[in-house]
Design a protein around this ligand. Structure first.
Ligand code: BGC
Length: 751
């Protein structure tokens, strides 16, 4: 009979009893005594059995001792449908339809810590309904490359914004009793050769940019598990990277939970065991029998195995297993989460440009909706995490519903995308009709669309990418709009100048051609279950748009830092496209060991980060390169007035206050952004860096006093000479504004 783990006291009670408050990580250790007693009862085989996957989405407990298996759920933006035990193919369940939350960059476009918390809690709750203990998310890598295949999953190009949202997602999720597995640790900023690329970067760049989101979620949020990335960092695979896993994560940050390799991302027994990995996913060829053999020869000690098991069991104690007769008894997607998904979508939509086209005017009686992205579902497709959504309101459905009986809506696809390569094609896309994304516009489809445009009062053009273009496993070749969209939109504009473009994508696109022929442009994202509803609300003016870009839209790809510095693509072309090679029939037949040998025999791809901490707007501002749309940009239907900026330096923080007024005639949210510029610094800095932000809701005509705070520790830099965080004393200019290129007030303080 199964025994259940007993919980002797909550961490908080124990902390009180011990007379102090424990840090979020230390709370995980309160059951260590019991855990040690449990480990003493386990055989070596039982312990080692916990160090590798049991199925594709679980690792083993010890049934004899009442230790439940650990069940994992992909991924960051919705609980993935149940797969067969040993693969990703659907298990064909009926109750596993989940809420599709807006993807990472959409969440980040809300700039809302409150919504990140709600998002995490919605995910955490649905995970519990499915009997899952750990969510494989949030995915918080910095968006270094505009072409990045997983930009849509990640949050932002800025570490402060990413870190604040990662922290709140973590808290929201873990408060529901589900652990996060924050990923991909670290510097997994490209999909090209992700399984072998060596990211070479300086310690300052690593600390100030790429580690920040992990650091806050782990130290302040108590993230219970961490997924080491596929790539190497400064020469070592992340799953066996002494510096990252042992020195920084466990040593400096005090991490007490466990690490789970990315799927197939473990590379050796000794490396993984000695340098910080707890669980090999998937397989057991490294952290299975070879561990037992190494203990027999004395190469590894059983104490090390005990230590790893203890770290796993801490999370097992903190996260109660869902009883088998409770899990999977109701539909995963719940109305409460659907509401969260809607709120995130509503606040994520970014109005990039508006020449008095939006909101849709009362005299518009016929709207031509053009573009296949108006009907394509984005919940799954491409490779990697996706959601079997209980429902997904497409943009066209949202518009039709909101337009009502008085406004006629017509639709033409205008272009057709290629079939989704790695996942099932969405129901409404016929894979046989698929065509290459690089193909020019199809004259028949263009003519049909133009005819509708001519006959309408207004055109809403849906452009952007799709899930086969932006996908895990590969980066985009470029950021061009696919499927001949540029040609199409020009023809539409010639037919009807009352035109708005809505971009449906997770990352930036090249708008040089589209911008002059689009009097209004909206970034609409992959916006979840209620994406179409939210979009219609914004287009028709029921709510004012309030999203702000979490990344820079470069005018052209070559302007962005890694390209401008010649760092990406790998100038040596080393490794070829390893991902495609992995799908070659002969490679597919190889055993994991043979495949590893094959990978090792290939030239070694590198990614040099010589642009250092000049990522995103830090680069564009410092180099004076004008982007198409700047980081933090986003318009509203109202104007905001900033006034009366005051700043004082306190003991631990710079305190800032100012007045913000909504000058318009409708309620609206503004995301206020506070950047710093260093005056006469001896240290090298980007021209400006975001240090604080807040989403503020204001009624029509309302004025509020807004307070912001910059903790002094956030002003420090990583001193490579001493290997410490140092605070430089001197003058700072505070730049307060509505976007990184729209600064409204400034003040000076001395630290
Ligand atoms: C991805 C992870 C994901 C895992 C399991 C890997 O390929 O990189 O983000 O959680 O697969 O699906």
């Amino acid at each position: 009979m199964k025994k259940t783990l007993l919980f002797i006291a909550s961490a908080a009670l124990l902390a009180q009893a011990c007379g102090g408050s424990l840090s979020p990580q230390d709370k995980l250790t309160v059951h260590d005594k019991e855990i040690n007693a449990l480990i003493a009862q386990m055989t070596l085989e039982e312990k080692v059995n916990m160090l590798h996957s049991k199925t594709n989405m679980s690792s083993a407990g010890v049934e004899r001792l009442g230790i439940a298996d650990m069940n994992y759920a992909d991924g960051p933006f919705g609980i993935r449908e149940e797969g067969v035990p040993n693969g990703f193919q659907s298990a064909g369940w009926t109750l596993d339809s989940a809420t599709y939350f807006p993807t990472g960059s959409a969440l980040a476009a809300t700039w809302s810590e409150e919504l990140a918390y709600k998002y995490g809690s919605g995910m955490g709750k649905e995970a519990r309904l499915r009997g899952k203990d750990v969510i494989l998310g949030p995915a918080v890598n910095i968006q270094r490359l505009p072409v990045g295949g997983r930009t849509y999953e990640y949050l932002s190009e800025d570490p402060i914004l990413s870190a604040a949202l990662a922290l709140r997602y973590t808290e929201g999720c873990q408060d529901e009793g589900t652990a996060v597995c924050i990923k991909h640790f670290a510097v997994n900023n490209q999909e090209t050769n992700r399984g072998s690329v060596n990211a070479i970067l300086s310690e300052r760049t690593l600390r100030e940019i790429y580690l920040k989101p992990f650091e806050r979620a782990i130290i302040e949020g108590g993230a219970m598990s961490v997924m080491p990335a596929y790539n190497k960092v400064n020469g070592e695979y992340c799953s066996e990277n002494e510096h990252l896993l042992n020195e920084i994560l466990r040593g400096e940050w005090g991490f007490k939970g466990f690490t789970v390799s990315d799927w197939g991302g473990t590379h050796s027994t000794m490396g993984a065991m000695l340098h910080g990995l707890n669980v090999q996913m998937t397989g057991s060829n490294y952290l299975g029998q070879p561990v037992i053999d190494s203990i027999a020869t004395g190469a590894l000690s059983e104490d090390l195995v005990d230590e790893k098991v203890r770290q796993i069991l801490r999370v097992r104690y903190a996260i109660k297993p869902v009883p088998a007769d409770v899990a999977n008894t109701v539909m995963t997607s719940q109305p409460e989460s659907q509401q969260i998904a809607r709120e995130v979508a509503e606040k994520s939509i970014v109005l990039l440009k508006n020449e008095d086209i939006l909101p849709v005017k009362a005299d518009v009686k016929k709207i031509a909706v053009i573009g296949q992205n108006a009907v394509l579902k984005t919940q799954s497709g491409g490779m990697g995490a996706g959601v079997k959504a209980l429902y997904e309101v497409t943009p066209l459905e949202g518009i039709c519903k909101r337009a009502g009986k008085d406004v006629e809506v017509t639709y033409a696809p205008g272009y057709k995308t290629i079939a989704f390569r790695w996942g099932p094609a969405p129901a409404n896309l016929d894979p046989l009709e698929a065509r290459s994304n690089d193909e020019p516009a199809d004259p028949t489809l263009v003519a049909e669309a133009v005819a509708l445009a001519k006959d309408a009062d207004m055109v809403i053009f849906f452009g952007g990418t799709n899930k086969s273009i932006e996908t895990e496993g590969s980066d985009r070749k470029n950021i061009d709009l696919p499927c001949g969209q540029n040609e199409l939109v020009k023809a539409l504009y010639e037919a009807n100048q009352n035109l708005v473009t809505v971009l449906i994508s997770g990352g930036p696109t090249d708008l040089r051609f589209l911008e002059p022929v689009s009097p209004a442009i909206v970034q609409g994202w992959w916006n979840g279950t209620e994406g179409g509803t939210a979009l219609a609300e914004v287009l028709f003016g029921d709510i004012a748009p309030s999203g702000k870009l979490p990344f820079t839209f470069p005018a052209k790809l070559e302007d962005s830092p890694a390209y401008a510095m010649g760092n990406f693509p790998d100038p040596n072309g080393a490794g070829g496209d390893l991902f495609s090679l992995m799908f070659r029939p002969d490679v597919l037949k190889m055993s994991p060991e043979e495949r590893q040998k094959f990978i090792d025999s290939l030239p070694k791809p590198v990614s040099k980060y010589t642009e250092r901490f000049y990522v995103g707007y830090r680069w564009f501002d410092t180099r004076n390169v004008k982007p198409m749309y700047a980081f933090g940009h986003g318009l509203s239907y109202v104007e905001f007035e900033y006034d009366d900026l005051k700043a004082v330096v306190g003991k631990d923080a710079v305190q800032v206050s100012f007045k913000l007024e909504n000058e318009g005639s409708m309620p609206a949210d503004e995301v206020v952004q506070l950047y710093v510029h260093r005056i006469d610094s001896k240290v090298e800095w980007p021209t400006k860096e975001l240090k604080a932000f807040q989403r503020v809701s204001l009624r029509a005509g309302e004025t509020k006093v807004v307070n912001l705070e910059i903790p002094l520790k956030e002003l420090r830099y990583w001193n490579e000479a001493t290997n410490t965080w140092d605070l430089e004393h001197g003058k700072l200019q505070l730049l307060l504004g509505s976007a990184s290129d729209d600064i409204r007030e400034t003040a000076e303080v001395t630290i």
